[in-house]
Design a protein around this ligand. Structure first.
Ligand code: ATP
Ligand code: MG
Length: 327
């Protein structure tokens, strides 16, 4: 069956790392993908007046999956609607240290399962008087249960023994209280082993003893912050993939942004996007191909070549070719 894949490189290094990931996908046997490229981001905004053209939104909303690169200043106007287009409620961000890459904590193997639709990112902000602003935080039992179910499933399917629910229910008693209650109810119904942790203390523990954690289920903002912290544990943004999933469709993107400081130089690390493509393969049911891509990336990380962010002097193309070669 041909899978219809929407490709949105976007801005900056998105234009370099997304084609690299497509090249890797095209090198796979037994996977029949049809790629169609669409525009979004700052340049599109400058040219058309819209950061996310209707055409791109509609394409993502009807494709089997979307592979996205990055958007610069317009990121929020691109990525939030795109996540909505694919009807995603779970943002999955693995943070793993790889042999061959300098990591602050080489024993790190974490997966953040972040609630993607509500919390303090619900977008309900106002300036109620001059110099006075407010934010309304929405937490529903349904969305909290849904992310907990997803997180516990993910842990089970991917062999993670530790599940931790991140929250700040001692301060945000009503909203995070509801999140925690819903997650605990799901865990208890399943007879699963889990812990909960206050997100601030968890930030410190992740830094000191990441090996004690596996899957971390978190509300939107906490998941965003903690997963970036974990990025620092494993050697930087160039290695971190993510998936926006939950429904039939999915949106797959590197955690990093458009990196204007290195854009156009051909030295961006393609691994985060290639690993995002591997998550896409998993989502589409090509588990074996996904594992092959991960193995190829791990091989290149272990033995080189490496882009400058990992201390090497290889180009995006060199690294991509080395990954393809291993496939
Ligand atoms: P944006 O506003 O689009 O997020 P940014 O300036 O925050 O852009 P990021 O993409 O978030 O940039 O990157 C932060 C830093 O990490 C930059 O110095 C960038 O060069 C580096 N970086 C990010 N991704 C990569 C990558 N794939 N390869 C190499 N370096 C990267
Ligand atoms: Mg950034």
């Amino acid at each position: 069956m041909t899978e219809d894949i929407v490709v949105v490189p976007g801005d900056g290094i998105g234009q370099e790392v997304v084609p690299a990931a497509v090249e890797v996908l095209e090198a796979l046997d037994g996977v029949d993908f049809e790629f169609t490229e669409y525009d979004a981001g700052d340049e599109t905004l400058a040219e058309t007046g819209e950061a996310l053209p209707e055409e791109t939104y509609e394409a993502a909303a009807s494709a089997d999956a979307t592979l996205f690169g990055a958007a610069g200043e317009s990121a929020a106007d691109v990525i939030l609607p795109l996540r909505e287009a694919v009807d995603s409620f779970a943002n999955v961000r693995p943070a793993r240290a790889y042999p061959g890459v300098d990591a602050l904590r080489p024993e790190t193997d974490l997966v953040f399962v972040r609630e993607n639709t509500e919390g303090v990112y619900s977008g309900i902000e106002s300036e109620i008087a001059d110099g006075v602003t407010t934010l309304t935080r929405v937490v529903t039992e349904d969305a909290s249960r849904r992310i907990a179910e997803f997180g516990f499933d993910y842990a089970e399917q991917n062999g993670y023994e530790d599940v931790t629910i991140a929250h700040k229910a001692n301060v945000m008693r009503v909203t995070d209280g509801a999140f925690l209650d819903a997650c605990e109810a799901v865990g208890d119904e399943r007879g699963a082993d889990y812990d909960d942790a206050l997100m601030d203390a968890l930030a410190m523990h992740l830094l000191l003893r990441p090996e004690e954690y596996g899957v971390v289920i978190a509300p939107n903002l906490a998941g965003d912050v903690l997963s970036d912290l974990a990025a620092g544990l494993v050697g930087g943004l160039g290695l971190l993939p993510s998936a926006n999933v939950g429904s039939e469709r999915g949106l797959f993107e590197p955690v990093h942004g458009s990196a204007p400081d290195i854009a156009g130089q051909g030295i961006a690390n393609p691994c985060a996007t290639v690993l995002s493509a591997a998550m896409m393969l998993d989502h589409l049911g090509y588990g074996e191909a996904a594992a092959d891509v991960r193995d190829a990336v791990e091989g290149v990380l272990a033995e080189g070549p490496h882009t400058p962010d990992l201390g090497g002097d290889a180009s995006t193309e060199d690294v991509t070719a080395a990954i393809v070669e291993r496939l």
